[in-house]
Design a protein around this ligand. Structure first.
Ligand SMILES: NC(=O)c1ccc[n+]([C@@H]2O[C@H](COP(=O)([O-])OP(=O)(O)OC[C@H]3O[C@@H](n4cnc5c(N)ncnc54)[C@H](O)[C@@H]3O)[C@@H](O)[C@H]2O)c1
Length: 305
């Protein structure tokens, strides 16, 4: 008995890294999995057969899976991934939008193509894969579906040299908040993951910063993300939607979402510049105090098992 018995799932970018671990975990928990991956290089160039390799691994372990090598970055690709689920399994319950690439450069060197490609795979890719699923949910009235999207500290906190990727990943958080509202009526939850793991995407970055990564160390392994995503995909998570979970360093945490932390009002008139000389530093101070409070709250607690 698995927590995903009878469910059909798509995991994009599941040929390597975090997505591969999710596909393997889903299959072990009983889901029939569409393993999507274009199989290209980390910058999005080229293609390869990595999706089929993961399918063979799942089948060898007694699981059910089919591969799809379309790009998530086009509507045609998104449609093909959705149709692969329909043609092979006749239904769809879970979509994990995990595929991603990097083209890191500071704004001084960033070319239009670096911006467009990263936006296309991440932000547009989330849209292209989600749209057919959302329409299917509405047209068939299928209940209790799950969408799990992939953001990043780059978009949620900011990271030097990643304005294209950070903008796309912040956009994904916004996309997810809206989807959670739009799909609530169908009991479909939409949550977002902010992962941290040693994969081909992060190992070179961390090495360049003098912090070598071991993908097999439990606190850096991409495998740590899979149980959290599986739990969110399972019936246990039916009441959790519109949230961002940070999974990194062997920890799982819930993120604060944008919120007003202090405000002033003035009836019948706009603030003058002189009044803002007082109000704005007070607001900035309130934010600093709130950040400190949240930093305390976020300190990891040991789970006794
Ligand atoms: N590893 C981390 O610490 C980290 C941190 C923040 C966010 N993320 C996000 O997590 C997700 C997984 O990243 P990862 O670290 O496992 O990277 P990865 O490079 O190991 O895996 C990403 C996979 O996506 C596939 N892919 C790329 N473009 C595609 C396309 N157009 N269509 C289909 N597949 C495509 C790649 O071929 C690759 O196998 C990404 O969205 C990434 O941005 C990762």
């Amino acid at each position: 008995m698995g927590v995903l018995d009878g469910k059909v799932a798509i995991v994009t970018g599941a040929g390597r890294g975090i997505g591969r671990e999710i596909a393997l975990y889903f299959a072990r928990e009983g889901a029939a999995v569409v393993v999507n991956d274009l199989g290209g290089a980390v910058d999005g160039s080229g293609s390869g057969d990595v999706a089929e390799d993961v399918v063979q691994e799942i089948r060898a372990g007694g699981g059910t899976a089919v591969s799809n090598s379309a790009s998530v970055a086009t509507a045609e690709g998104g449609r093909s991934i959705f149709e692969t689920a329909m043609e092979n399994f006749g239904a769809l319950d879970i979509l994990v939008n995990n595929a991603g690439i990097l083209r890191d450069k500071t704004i001084f060197k960033l070319e239009e193509s670096d911006w467009d490609e990263v936006m296309a795979v991440h932000l547009r890719g989330h849209f292209c894969c989600t749209k057919p699923f959302a329409v299917y949910i509405r047209e068939t009235g299928r209940q209790d579906c799950r969408i799990i999207n992939f953001s990043s500290v780059s978009g949620l906190f900011g990271n030097f040299g990643q304005s294209n990727y950070g903008a796309a990943k912040a956009g994904i958080a916004g996309f997810s908040r809206v989807l959670a509202l739009e799909l609530k009526k169908y009991a479909c939850t939409v949550n977002t993951i902010s992962p941290g793991a040693a994969t081909r995407m992060t190992i070179p970055l961390m090495e360049a910063r003098g912090r070598p990564q071991a993908a097999d160390a439990p606190e850096r392994s991409p495998a740590q993300v899979a149980p959290v995503v599986t739990w969110l995909a399972s019936p246990a998570a039916s009441d959790i939607t519109g949230q961002i979970f940070h999974v990194s360093q062997g920890r799982v945490g819930i993120m604060q979402q944008p919120a007003v932390v202090r405000s002033f009002e003035k009836s019948g008139a706009f603030f003058t510049l002189e009044e803002l000389d007082q109000v704005m530093p007070t607001l900035a101070e309130a934010k600093r105090a709130r950040d400190l409070e949240v930093r305390e709250l976020a300190k990891p607690e040991k789970l006794s098992v």
